[in-house]
Ligand binder design. Sequence first.
Ligand code: DLL
Length: 441
Amino acid sequence: MVPANWEERIRDPKIECMSRDEMADLQGKKLVNVVERVYNNVDFYHKKMKELGVEPGDIKRMEDIVKLPFTTKEDLRDNYPFGLLAIPKSEVARVQGTSGTTGKLTLASYSDYDVEVWGECVARCLTMAGLTKDDIIHVCYGYGLFTGGLGADFGARALGAMAIPMSAGNTKRQMMCMEDFGATAIACTPSYALHLAEAMQESGVIDKIKIKAGICGAEPWTEEMRHKIEEIMHINCFDIYGLCEITGPGVAQDCIHHAGLHVNHDHFYPEVLSPGTGDAVAEGELGELVFTTLSKEAMPLLRYRTKDLTSITYETCECGRTTPRISKFKGRTDDMKVIRGVNVFPTQVEEALLGMGGAVAPHYLMIVDRENNMDRLTVMVEVDEELFSDEIRKLDALKNRVGAVLKQALGIAVNVKLVEPKTIERSEGKAKRVIDKRDLV
Ligand code: DLL
């Protein structure tokens, strides 16, 4: 068991600005500890390590991590719900799950200490966004098994700030509470932030609201989308990342320089690997993000394959933090669509549409189906209502322009469907950007 005072924590600049060697030493010690714990307490890891011929004694320093087995989402499902516990069930303080709505959920267990570390990591992120104990954080991530709401809440608590536990939904009420309680920060998905921003603009409350920062994450989004939200709300938006298996939000976040997301690597050791071979890719190259939890008590994971695609840099950031930074997520290996042999991500569509200087709204939906045995991609995009009352010629010209921009960005021809504002369903949680009907035909 990791003693509660195992390492220095609480927003200690020493942790976030530690030299590489010192950090590697700390991480190595923690890795030795976690490997010993899972080998002795988790049948799954005991067997996996035996199969690979690895004993805990073979793991002496951080570089030895490559000897360890991977863990996949399927392994979590096979051991659902409590098969990967490294502590007695009676010591589990809480469980959290993924936000997915299909099939069995992915469940993760947390001890009291795990919850404390989680809150601490979110507090570091809030601090990175310039927030202090004097801030009022309006949380509209969902509360419940999903880690968004509670994670932001635990972070606000660790920071000493005030949390407003709104959860998602009822935009009018959200705006009223934001104004009445004097919220200074908002925590929600980027798609919901955009929806709120537009609603505030429409109802004219934008100038009455004191929000200065948005802590947005839980889904892939682009720099263009960040600028859009920032521009409407006059705030700074930060990209917070996490997953329930590792801890909820708070695994990583960008600072004011927006030059990648700083990973809290004293607790979550990142590797970026080629999804095919499982070997490390070069610094700056795109690969699958893999995490080993270094502090987790209840359900530690070795080399967990997140399926999230990013790149990593170890250069010190302008802000002074030495923590490695991962690039804004391009997507997941499993939300990448292969359309007529070309890899397509929703973020590419978002970037291209938002790069059109306001010609179209940043609300879109990709529909993939088949016609004459060929894959077909249709992108529905919202445009200004006025355009529909204008001459058909203008609408056609815009449609052609959008088609050309998307073809250039994606490398395939796209069927464009321009639709009126609010046609595409708004999401209060994670936005649904793609409907793939190919499995159905
Ligand atoms: O989405 C935790 C979270 C809540 C993060 C609130 C940030 C804010 P899960 O439901 O387990 O947990 O989903 C995890 O969501 O593997 C990514 O694919 C995606 N994801 C999370 N944050 C980001 C982000 C929460 N900032 C999965 N950018 C992850 C891109 C993200 N994708």
